[in-house]
Design a binder for this molecule. Structure first.
Ligand code: NZQ
Ligand code: ZN
Length: 388
């Protein structure tokens, strides 16, 4: 296992009614709040009313940044930072899924940054020391943004969707009430489950073979997705299913799996190119690409990872030849995404054709050259073509 430093200082309030922790959490940091949210789901399911009632009762000032897009845009970040400066905001509250939380993270950083927020994403400007504190009220189990230091922001003018990670971006507090996810529609429930599954696979496919504990954590999270994803699809208000998926979303990416087990991720940078050009749902793109990426990296050197999946996750007979088990593991993964979760299985189904494949294969080459198996732009292109 590699050496590491583990520090995850997010305070998590998990369970029914934990929104009651909101105002005490705000008071730790100040009394003037920016609320960041998306296209209106939180107004339909009561989350907005619950949060604003508490703020009003406690005489906490708030102003809204609404309309955060799925795949949040840098222009929306700039709008939020301007609101923070205009209203002298002390604390930002994100109410929603990964898009609202990611947008809020960069609003927190951009408020005290003089230049264009896009500089922070591409690294030409550094995250200032005075990043506003963020409270994440999670409404969708998927990205794990509620407990991680990463934000993913899109610039559709440039066809770029990029991530930035910085310890100061990690939410100070996460409020996670599984009941808030009862209203998540089937397609988003399935794609969120695929995202949790993919985060876990990205850590599982590491060249570090001695991190046994992290690997077992990975298998536990993958099993959780397989057990509870289908239940949440059939019974949206099944608390046990929603709770297990919600906690799995945080653990898949809150550093527990990857510390000591580090590896550059592969399927995520491949997928971010799809979203950058075609604005598709993140988890759907991951599901479509994953089996093709698995086939591309399978070899005698890597087959042991596939065998572990085949035998310990999918329950195939360990006496079968390794390569046969690897094929079974890839097929079982595809079956989970496309049959069990019911997600689209080809890029064409989500409106993607060959037009930009070469540019996308080129754009992600730096990240893919550092993945579990380093891949060239030509190999990236083959994966995209196979997924068409
Ligand atoms: O916009 P609203 O009205 O809120 O509706 C959203 C949106 O349409 C809806 N939704 C959310 N909670 C709901 C709900 N609908 C009904 N009931 C609820 N309780 O779901 C739709 C998708 O929301 P979004 O926040 O976009 O989804 P998700 O959480 O999957 O976030 C996706 C974004 O996060 C990035 C993705 O690339 C994408 O931009 N990621 C962030 C990561 C991170 N910060 O670490 C890692 C991930 O790998 C990922 O890249
Ligand atoms: Zn993801």
């Amino acid at each position: 296992m590699n050496n590491f430093t583990y520090s995850v200082p997010t305070t998590v309030h998990f369970g029914k009614g934990q929104i009651s922790q909101l105002t005490d959490s705000v008071k730790l940091y100040g009394s003037r709040v920016l609320l960041v949210y998306g296209g209106g789901s939180i107004k339909k399911n009561g989350v907005y009313d619950a949060a604003t009632a508490l703020l009003k009762e406690n005489n906490i000032f708030y102003v809204d940044l609404d309309g955060v897009e799925p795949n949040p845009r840098v222009e929306t970040v700039a709008r939020g930072a301007a609101l923070c400066r205009e209203h002298d905001i002390d604390v930002v509250i994100a109410l929603g899924g990964g898009s609202s939380i990611d947008c809020a993270k960069i609003v927190c950083a951009a408020t005290n940054y003089d230049g264009d927020p896009w500089d922070l994403i591409i690294g030409t400007g550094s995250v200032p020391e005075t990043v506003l504190p963020l409270i994440a009220v999670l409404t969708l189990a998927a990205t794990g943004s509620e407990m991680d230091p990463v934000a993913v922001i899109s610039n559709m003018t440039l066809n770029r969707k990029l991530s930035i990670g910085h310890p100061a971006l990690r939410p100070k507090v996460a409020i996670m009430d599984p009941e808030y996810t009862f209203s998540v529609p089937k397609y988003q429930t399935a794609s969120g489950t695929a995202d949790i599954f993919s985060h876990t696979l990205e850590s599982f496919f590491s060249p570090v073979r001695s991190a046994y504990l992290q690997n077992q954590f990975c298998l536990a999270i993958l099993k959780t997705c397989m057990k509870y994803g289908p239940i949440a699809l059939e019974e949206p208000d099944n608390y046990e299913a929603r709770a297990n998926l919600m906690w799995a979303s945080s653990w898949a990416i809150n550093d527990t799996l990857k510390k000591g087990n580090e590896i550059g991720w592969s399927v995520h940078p491949l997928e971010h190119e799809l979203s950058a050009y075609y604005d598709i749902t993140h988890g759907v793109g991951l599901a479509i690409l994953t089996p093709h990426w698995m086939r591309a990296v399978l070899s005698e050197e890597t087959v042991d990872r596939f065998v572990t999946l085949a035998t310990e996750l999918y329950g195939f007979d360990a006496s079968l030849p390794a390569m046969e088990l690897a094929d079974l593991a890839i097929d079982a993964t595809a079956k989970f995404f496309f049959e069990t979760l019911g997600l689209p299985s080809t890029l064409k189904e989500v409106g993607i054709d060959e037009t930009h494949l070469e540019a996308m294969a080129h754009n992600c080459k730096a990240r893919l050259s550092q993945g579990f198996v380093p891949l060239t732009p030509e190999q990236n292109l083959e994966i995209y073509k196979a997924a068409l």
